[in-house]
Design a protein around this ligand. Sequence first.
Ligand SMILES: C[S@@+](CC[C@H](N)C(=O)[O-])C[C@H]1O[C@@H](n2cnc3c(N)ncnc32)[C@H](O)[C@@H]1O
Length: 216
Amino acid sequence: MKKIIGARHEFHDSRYAQDWAVRFDPTPERLQLFDLIISQLQSRSLPVRHILELGIGPGYLASRLLDAITNVTYEGIDFSQPMLDLAAVRLRNFGDRVRFTQAHLVEDYWERSMSRPVGAILSTWALHDLGSEASISAVYRKCKFILSPQAILLNGDFIKPEGATFKYEPGRFPVKRHIEILSDLEFHEVECLGVFELELENPTPAQNYACFKAVR
Ligand SMILES: C[S@@+](CC[C@H](N)C(=O)[O-])C[C@H]1O[C@@H](n2cnc3c(N)ncnc32)[C@H](O)[C@@H]1O
């Protein structure tokens, strides 16, 4: 039987979270994804200079972004306290530009407790962990609710690539389904900005990810 492309995680375990952060110190390819997200933000005028990241993990994107864009504040959401602790250490030099919220992206009502309007919502390598199209769609819906008009959603996440020969875990699905879900939610300017580390023949769980853009 062919393997299923996916991964099991123990993000609530401190040792696991620390090991994950070491294993996934950003590669040049992942830095390209981060820089694509940062360049999207730099190329438009955000309606509010406050950014939210879903599944912030160890804070790699946040750290690069806050260095590159100095006039924004940032809020990282994650359900893992060990990950939030790692992010807090990594981002300590940014002081009160950064805050953290511990919440489950699907089960908790984080979208109702945000303290201010949001100009951009970002996420990388996180939403597929919600495990289904329905859960990712529910989070996209929450994003629509919380974003200010003209604010942007940028999600860089694992997909099932076109022409895949393997089965993929349910949270990894084709680009065109992401586009359909975002379009059905009446986001504007919905597009896939690029696919990274495309590998059909012998993929690892850390390959085949795409960056989606949608504007409120
Ligand atoms: C694979 S890591 C990616 C971390 C980071 N975004 C990056 O690209 O380096 C996924 C992150 O999403 C968080 N996460 C997964 N499922 C979640 C959920 N249901 N609610 C909140 N956070 C979740 C995990 O704790 C973890 O920090």
